[in-house]
Unconditional design. Structure first.
Length: 296
């Protein structure tokens, strides 16, 4: 059992690593909301583990958050929400904030769309190796395969990223998603409950971050009927926007974004543009990290 003083010291160490862990989780998951969930779960696991014999705590935390993310990706794939995861320590190169900032800027809509076509293991191997320089033996431990297989996962993912992220296909997919979000906004404003239902997957989820919950939003709403009821006749002040290059909605006050809605939209080959998840983001730090561009 860890005493209060040791736990406090552990919390300080974790907070120092939080930006790095958030960066890893967000690159793997592509969602600020899910990334925060993964980081919080990592803290829960750390607080329950004796790490006195861990020499590289940052590496250990990177392993844990990567495993949490892999589980989330696999669960996501099992629910068909997206076409897009544990041994002891990973020992990546020392965290480099400047490098991670550059990699964050490189995650544009083209790469996000392509990452969504990868398997969970491919996505994790590509992100950890190519963006965070985690060696293949450590990636293999996380995924549960040989180092050679981990190298193949990253190589296969890299070829797909380089070969399919062309501007024309990205533009078509962004246009398709924008059509869905625009139709959702129109149906919400007009109170057209039937039209909202037609756009929502039966098992759609609406999630709000902690800041959104503090403003009165429900933390989690499940099912097409419940989500349609939540939005019907509302969103009057929301505007269509590109959020990190993907279509979504933003509500602003005095020109400052206060709430952002991001949409997870199923691949067209799976279902005709059904919205499978909506994330309500209101945390100021999260909003400040997003690239928002109001759509005409």
């Amino acid at each position: 059992m860890t005493d209060a003083g040791a736990l406090h010291g552990l919390a300080d160490r974790f907070e120092a690593d939080r930006p790095h862990l958030r960066a890893v989780a967000q690159r793997i998951l592509g969602s600020p909301h899910e990334a925060e969930d993964a980081v919080q779960e990592t803290w829960v696991r750390l607080s329950r583990t004796d790490t006195s014999d861990v020499g590289n705590l940052t590496g250990w935390l990177t392993t844990v958050v990567s495993r949490v993310c892999l589980d989330m990706l696999r669960s996501r794939a099992a629910r068909r929400e997206d076409p897009a995861d544990l041994p002891e320590t990973v020992a990546p190169e020392a965290a480099d904030p400047e490098r991670e900032a550059l990699m964050a800027d490189a995650i544009g809509p083209a790469l996000l769309l392509v990452l969504d076509t990868l398997t969970p293991a491919e996505r994790l191997a590509f992100v950890l190796h190519d963006m965070f320089a985690v060696p293949f033996p450590e990636i293999a431990e996380i995924v549960g395969c040989s180092p050679a297989a981990a190298r193949q996962l990253a190589s296969r993912a890299r070829r797909r990223v380089q070969g399919t992220a062309d501007e024309a296909s990205v533009a078509r997919d962004v246009a398709r998603r924008r059509t869905v979000v625009d139709a959702f906004l129109t149906a919400s404003r007009s109170g057209d409950f039937t039209a909202l239902l037609a756009l929502l997957d039966p098992d759609v989820v609406l999630r709000a971050d902690a800041a959104g919950v503090r403003t009165g939003a429900a933390g989690l709403v499940r099912g097409a009927n419940a989500v349609a009821e939540t939005f019907s006749g509302r969103a009057l002040g929301a505007r269509l926007a590109l959020i990190n290059g993907a279509p979504g909605l933003v509500w602003s006050m005095h020109g400052e974004p206060r709430v952002v809605f991001t949409f997870t939209i199923a691949d067209q080959a799976t279902t005709d543009g059904a919205v499978t998840a909506i994330d309500l983001l209101a945390d100021p730090e999260t909003l400040a990290a997003l690239h928002l561009e109001t759509a005409p």
